[in-house]
Design a protein around this ligand. Structure first.
Ligand SMILES: NC(=O)C1=CN([C@@H]2O[C@H](COP(=O)(O)OP(=O)(O)OC[C@H]3O[C@@H](n4cnc5c(N)ncnc54)[C@H](OP(=O)(O)O)[C@@H]3O)[C@@H](O)[C@H]2O)C=CC1
Ligand SMILES: N[C@@H](CC=O)C(=O)O
Length: 380
């Protein structure tokens, strides 16, 4: 599979099987993660109860990091959280493929793992499931947004297993970013450059920060609203944005390695070294440096925005960087509200004026919708 090929579309054989079974067999779905995003997936599945969309999917496995609830006949989404709380079955990634299997059941339909965790251990399994013919749909960026070796393993496993990888929710929380990059290339364009705001939580923070309230108080608010990563340092350090830029770059045909992205972190060393439990109390370490950055920008009539930039270069050389920039107030990337992501894409056809895609880039509901859109596309 080429770098430009859509990771979304299941290869023809899987699509044919899915289509042949679509009218009779609901796809079997395992949901990993029942936090902010996973909880919203359950709520959306529940809202589909009794509808044609709901009939296409059967939730057979739900797990968090501690427990799992499994029902080979299908769990009612509205009761899945209660079933999980009541379950004494420990969560084990070794059990997922068996829970999805059609063994002993009349059928051979689609199987899907939905990854709504931020877990390295789960991401490490993506390639294994894909190679077994199980589709993987993920909000977690660790699969495609870390090492090149893992990204390649995922793509190879899709080809071997005839399975598809749904990644719309990994960048822009389901905004049509990856899809647009792939469609441009499918239409013959080369991608020249990408620049923009890729973090919903950092967008929200810098859209709200006025230099008066402590920055740390806003970080707590963004976390409580479900916009940040489970550990908000993953956002503030630029790591989450680095992962998104790597996913975009690789989808744009640039085999970018994580170390090639220059990242300017907002996290002071005294906050970076703490264990996750100590983070909340130490967040005020952000306040003075951010107030100073804000004051300098304000003096020049500028706005602070956390920007990711990729220049694909024409000669095979590329540059990538991520960090806080002070932009003129009327700069195209300075606009937007709330958690808006705003991304400009330059390509052969958008050589001078870029294609610009803007919309909410974090939040449980949009992310869950992006995940389930991918599930429906993959199962036919
Ligand atoms: N929040 C957002 O707006 C967006 C988030 N994302 C991505 O979605 C993912 C989830 O984020 P979010 O819902 O906010 O995080 P949460 O911390 O709210 O939820 C994470 C969930 O994953 C579970 N989990 C951890 N390890 C495992 C495991 N080995 N097996 C099964 N479940 C596991 C946790 O279990 P337990 O409860 O036991 O800890 C928890 O239920 C992240 O990768 C994030 O980057 C993507 C786009 C937007
Ligand atoms: N923490 C992330 C959530 C979506 O990926 C962000 O702030 O964008």
């Amino acid at each position: 599979m080429s770098a430009a090929a859509s990771a979304l579309s299941a290869p023809a054989s899987a699509a044919r099987i899915a289509a042949a079974n679509a009218s009779v067999l609901p796809a079997r779905v395992a949901l990993l993660g029942t936090g902010t995003v996973g909880g919203a997936v359950l709520a959306r599945l529940n809202a589909w109860h009794g509808t044609r969309l709901g009939e296409r999917l059967s939730l057979v496995h739900v797990a968090n990091s501690r427990r799992a609830a499994v029902d080979r006949a299908g769990l009612a989404p509205e009761r899945a959280a209660t079933a999980l709380t009541a379950s004494d079955r420990p969560s084990s990634l070794d059990d997922v493929a068996a829970a999805l299997s059609w063994d002993g059941l009349a059928g051979d339909g689609a199987r899907v793992v939905v990854d709504a965790t931020a877990s390295e251990a789960v991401a490490e399994r993506h390639a294994q499931w894909l190679a077994q013919g199980i589709h993987v749909v993920t909000a977690c960026k660790i699969g495609q947004g870390t090492s090149l070796a893992r990204w390649r393993a995922i793509r190879d496993a899709c080809a071997r297993g005839g399975s598809g990888y749904g990644d719309s929710a990994t960048v822009g929380a389901g905004l049509p970013l990856l899809r647009s990059l792939r469609e441009l290339q499918a239409g013959g364009d080369r991608i020249h450059a990408i620049a923009g705001v890729l973090s919903g939580s950092l967008a929200w923070l810098f859209n709200h920060y006025d230099g008066m309230r402590p920055f740390s108080a806003l970080v707590r608010q963004a976390r409580d609203a479900g916009y940040t990563e489970p550990d908000p340092r993953d956002d503030l350090s630029g790591e989450d944005v680095r992962r998104k830029l790597l996913i975009l770059a690789r989808a744009a045909g640039v085999a970018l390695d994580a170390g090639e992205v220059e990242v300017a972190s907002l996290v002071p060393p005294e906050l970076a070294i703490l264990s996750k439990d100590g983070v909340d109390a130490a967040l005020p370490a952000l306040d003075v440096p951010l107030r100073e950055r804000y004051a300098a920008a304000y003096k020049n009539g500028e706005k602070l925005r956390f920007i990711a930039r990729l220049d694909c270069g024409g000669d095979g050389r590329h540059t990538a960087r991520v960090g806080l920039e002070s932009l003129p107030g009327d700069h195209p990337l300075a606009g937007g509200a709330g958690t808006d992501n705003k991304v400009a894409i330059w390509s052969d056809r958008y050589r001078v004026q870029p294609l610009v895609i803007q919309g909410p880039g974090a939040g449980a509901e949009v992310t869950a919708a992006g995940l389930l859109d991918d599930v429906l596309r993959l199962v036919g």
